[in-house]
Design a protein around this ligand. Structure first.
Ligand SMILES: [Zn+2]
Ligand SMILES: [Zn+2]
Length: 242
């Protein structure tokens, strides 16, 4: 008699199901684990402390917004970060970004989905990745933000779209500039696909990115979506620098 997992599965699905039943090594510490990240690593390295509601910066206690966001409000209704951009996540995110690793992308997307479930950031009708320019996409072969966005959307039963928000150019170098200088530098970097603006009218949108540093890129993408008619934009970022 066939075991339940061998029934009606495509050979590739069967292989996946069998691989999932084998013991794994934890992607962070390389110890044996029955999950992508072992319980010990998740306990030690997934910070559960408070963050600013707008920019996701770690805060000592849960306040609505940090001082910087009170003085210079971001065009985001809320930003949620799953992880701190620190060991072991920084190395894993670099691996995801420059070496296509489906298991790693899947495991990191699961951390972001879990954070979204915990954080309860509304009910967006669209999940959009922060776009790359066509040249950067061609050079890298894929957009890491889309690799996260499509998996998170699938897990949460939402619609993801990689073609609605466009990145027209990279903008000048941002290193060494503060948030307001970066914001000024990024104007005109993003656009909404011509002919599809009506899809954003009154929409609630979740913008997904892998790492948030000053938030200038995420803010400029959010501003572009708002100008195109989005009613609410929330940021879902995998990791936040401190
Ligand atoms: Zn571990
Ligand atoms: Zn803030």
């Amino acid at each position: 008699m066939a075991s339940p997992i061998t029934e009606a599965l495509h050979p590739r699905q069967l292989m996946r199901a069998l691989l999932d039943r084998l013991p794994h090594t934890c992607l962070a510490c390389r110890g044996w684990s029955d999950a992508a990240f072992c319980a010990d690593c998740r306990q030690r390295f997934v910070r559960k402390g408070a963050r600013c509601m707008a920019c996701a910066l770690p805060m000592p206690q849960m306040h609505e917004r940090c001082g910087h966001c009170l003085r210079h409000p971001l065009p985001l209704d809320r930003t949620l970060a799953a992880l701190d951009y620190a060991w072991p996540w920084n190395g894993l995110i670099t691996s995801m970004k420059f070496r296509q690793q489906p298991r790693l992308a899947h495991a990191l997307a699961a951390e972001l989905s879990a954070a979204v479930r915990r954080g309860g950031t509304g009910s967006p009708c669209l999940v959009l990745p922060v776009a790359l320019t066509t040249a950067r996409l061609r050079e890298r072969g894929y957009n890491q933000a889309w690799e996260l966005a499509r998996r998170v959307a699938a897990e949460l039963g939402l619609q993801a779209d990689a073609r609605l928000l466009l990145r027209l150019h990279d903008g000048p170098h941002q290193v060494g500039l503060d948030r307001s200088a970066r914001t000024a530098n990024l104007q005109g970097v993003f656009a909404v696909e011509p002919g599809r603006r009506q899809e954003l009218a009154g929409a609630e949108v979740a913008l997904v990115d892998d790492v948030m540093t000053t938030g200038a890129t995420l803010a400029e993408a959010a501003r572009t979506l708002r100008q195109a008619g989005a009613a609410r934009v929330v940021g879902w970022v995998l990791a936040r620098t401190a």
